[in-house]
Ligand binder design. Structure first.
Ligand SMILES: Cc1ncc(COP(=O)(O)O)c(C=O)c1O
Length: 417
């Protein structure tokens, strides 16, 4: 049956694209709320905090949605701290992760009262002690463990192998705890592990979390206090229908309950993709259909600078033509206008025949879409729209040319270094 309308969170996408120039992102507030509620209900009864990984989608309107539902933030930069606070996430509900925290960043986070630091190296631990001492405060810290587990995901989003830059070995963390008493301004009382992203099997979670829990028990037996265990993010989503089978939140929660059955403290979750990926689409129009030797190219007005995942990870995104009249199926390479062969959203993809001006929806674009966008090829950043029960609100307007060039200037004064 031919659809008469394509709606997303009650909004007619054709009508929306008639008002706003493509390309732009559209996010369903209700889809995000449903994901939050699903995770919260799966973990109900467990002492836990959900700290959304801001990097997945850092628009302040998305962060405000998180805040409204009691979700905190997992940040990796001062920019993410700034955004989280601006959106109403309390500092006391923010964890600070990342391998490259600087003294300036640590100082700023301590000054506003960030809840915890997930510490990734001994150098960072010592820096945390020095900065906290200077500011006369006590920093709460968790040791990020690298459990050396293969998450079975794309190599560029795997973080829990010993060859990855993240975290420290259990042996090293053991030494940190043994010497923790000598740090006057750091309370090291937590563990943290995040093994990768887009994980579709419970097996690596079981292995990694099992190692973390065994280590926690060892620390407790040695007389240490471990009051929080941060189990990271990583829950996968469905990018490709009939292919990706995400882990249901209830099954993930059941595993966590089983592994941490003896743990009395707070469990911290850092989901990013899981909360927002499937709640977002990138709307784009066909500029032209270009016939090629083997197949045709569908040249669209979105490009790799707007949505990098296909170029960076060879990631699959569903691409749905939204025209309403029935047409036959054709095969296309769906490409953007950027001058890179990698500017390709799909290769040899079967879809209904398209023509110039047709509207397409690129699915699964709510996470690591806009937050990874750039102005490469001097293409201004695109707009973002939040949809909610038939209404829409622009939550980022499209960048103007002047905004894109803001901060640049012709050399006026030449200084000696
Ligand atoms: C420390 C940490 N926590 C959480 C996340 C979020 O991961 P995901 O979006 O897969 O849930 C990331 C992603 O890179 C991360 O590095």
């Amino acid at each position: 049956m031919t659809p008469t309308m394509h709606t997303f969170d009650g909004v007619d996408l054709h009508a929306l694209a008639a008002r706003l120039p493509t390309p732009f992102y559209a996010y369903s507030a209700n889809a995000i709320r449903q994901r939050i509620a699903g995770l919260q209900s799966a973990f109900q009864g467990l002492d836990h905090r959900i700290c959304y990984a801001v990097k997945a989608n850092s628009n302040i309107a998305i962060l405000q949605l998180m805040a409204q539902h009691g979700v905190g933030a997992d940040i990796v930069s001062l920019g993410e701290l700034h955004r989280s606070l601006a959106a109403g996430i309390p500092a006391g509900n923010i964890v600070f992760s990342g391998v490259g925290k600087t003294a300036e960043e640590i100082g700023a986070a301590l000054a506003v009262g960030v809840w915890r630091f997930n510490v990734e190296s001994v150098d960072e631990l010592q820096l945390l002690q020095r900065v906290a001492q200077l500011q006369g405060v006590c920093a709460r810290a968790a040791a990020r463990i690298n459990p050396d587990v293969d998450a079975g995901t794309h190599e560029k989003i795997s973080t829990g192998r010993s060859e990855n830059k993240f975290g420290v070995s259990i042996d090293e963390a053991r030494r940190w705890f043994a010497q923790a008493g000598s740090m006057s301004h750091v309370l090291l009382d937590g563990l943290h592990a995040h093994i990768g992203s887009q994980i579709l099997s419970l097996v690596p979670f079981r292995e990694a979390l099992g190692r973390v829990e065994a280590f926690r028990q060892e620390l407790v037996a040695a007389g240490h206090v471990v009051s929080s265990v941060d189990i990271g993010g990583g829950l996968g989503v469905c990018y490709r229908h009939g292919h990706d089978q995400p882990i249901p939140a209830t099954e993930y929660a059941a595993l966590v309950r089983e592994v941490f059955a003896d743990f009395q403290g707070t469990l911290v979750l850092e989901p990013g993709r899981y909360l927002v990926a499937e709640a977002g689409v990138l709307l784009t129009r066909v500029i032209r259909v270009k016939p090629g030797v083997d197949r045709s190219f569908l040249v669209v007005d979105a490009a790799m600078n707007d949505l990098l995942r296909p170029s960076l990870y060879e990631a699959w995104h569903e691409i749905v033509p939204l025209h309403l009249d029935p047409r036959e199926v054709a095969r296309y390479d769906v490409v953007g206008p950027v001058c890179e062969t990698g500017d390709t959203f799909a290769r040899d993809r079967a879809m209904v025949r398209c023509e110039a001006g047709d509207l397409l929806s690129i699915g699964g674009a709510g996470a690591y879409g806009m937050s990874m966008a750039s102005t490469y090829n001097s293409r201004p950043l695109v707009a973002e729209v939040l949809l909610d029960d038939g209404r829409h609100a622009v939550i980022r307007r499209r960048q103007t040319m002047a905004e894109m060039m803001a901060g640049e200037q012709l050399p006026q004064v030449w200084n000696e270094a």
